[in-house]
Design a protein around this ligand. Structure first.
Ligand code: ASP
Length: 320
């Protein structure tokens, strides 16, 4: 997509966010509720970008809002691991400094993305388990229980059935507020790109299983592109998806070519995930091997979401 720079050199901001990928989203009311929520947050964030807010701040704010929304599997409303505990992961990558920071298996706080953001300025930028607890004490972050009743009941059902699901009901089916991992990618008026991703994980996992969301496989940004992924974390790690797409863009592919090649490989390897991205020229892309990807974007002129789009293809905002 071409864009016109203003006299001051400012560019039109771009934004895409997601609320997970998966196999189904059957219930009409629930579908609308998720769509409304994503679109409302998109519009609020885009306004901040047009008012001059930097990409990293908008990404953190977007992740905060999505973490607060129990439609999604991040922050409040996260899924439980097999022992009934919540262990959340989140990361932020600022494309200007190419600095990645994150928290892994954080249990008792409201906004994992805030800690990930705080770690941007530290020497040690990825903390796990007791490292997260220690940082919370240091920063006086209040202890918070992100468990919601429906997630607990879902866990009870799964325990009865011997945890036979590959993944929690993060997209739809019988769980009223069950949707996925969240992610936000923004490019601000200065052209800086930032990506953030936050998750409760796959659900019912082995105690201490680590999600892709706080790895460069699941969340990556550089000067050329920002990418956030969702879906089966092991598949995302095996493809090193976010970094792979971004590196392809750095090496000269357009973001659409990079998505196309990466998702072709993913289909060949029978992977199950989706991803969103923006490049330095402001092109927006998304792709999925799953049936649905819950995403909404604003390309500076038009806005839309992916909920009603067919399974096939990568697409940018303008072509929808
Ligand atoms: N990628 C996340 C994980 O495997 C789950 C998701 O995206 O829904 O931890």
């Amino acid at each position: 997509m071409d864009e016109t720079s203003t006299e001051s050199g400012a560019r039109r901001p771009r934004l895409i966010l997601h609320g997970g990928a998966g196999s189904r989203l059957e219930d009409g009311d629930r579908r609308r509720a998720v769509q409304n929520s994503l679109c409302e947050i998109r519009d609020a964030l885009f306004e901040q970008l047009t008012e001059g807010a930097p990409a990293d701040e908008v990404v953190v704010e977007g992740c905060r809002r999505l973490e607060n929304d129990t439609h999604f599997n991040a922050g409040t409303g996260s899924v439980l691991q097999s022992d009934g505990a919540i262990r959340m992961s989140a990361s932020l990558m600022d494309g200007r400094d190419e600095a990645f920071s994150g928290v892994i298996n954080a249990s008792r706080l409201q906004h994992p993305i805030e800690l990930a953001s705080h770690l941007q300025d530290r020497v040690d930028r990825v903390l796990a388990d007791e490292g997260v607890d220690e940082l919370m004490r240091e920063l006086d972050v209040p202890v918070y229980d992100p468990t919601v009743r429906k997630r607990f009941e879902e866990w009870l059902r799964q325990r009865r059935d011997g945890f036979d699901s590959d993944m929690a009901d993060v997209i739809g089916g019988g769980f009223e507020d069950g949707h996925g991992t969240i992610g936000v990618v923004a490019r601000d008026a200065e052209g800086a790109i930032s990506a953030g991703t936050s998750t409760g994980g796959r659900g019912f996992e082995h105690i201490g299983r680590v999600s892709d969301s706080a790895m460069p496989a699941g969340n990556y940004a550089c000067r050329d592109a920002g990418i956030s992924c969702t879906g089966i974390g092991e598949d995302i790690v095996d493809e090193c998806l976010a970094a792979r797409i971004a590196v392809r863009v750095t090496d000269g592919d357009s973001i659409h070519e990079a998505f196309e090649t990466s998702f072709q490989e993913a289909e060949e390897h029978d992977r199950s995930f989706g991803a969103i991205g923006i490049d330095a020229d402001g092109r927006i892309a998304w792709g999925k091997t799953t049936e649905i990807l819950l995403a909404a974007w604003h390309d500076g002129e038009s806005r839309g979401d992916t909920l009603d789009l067919p399974r096939e293809g990568m697409i940018d905002g303008r072509r929808v």
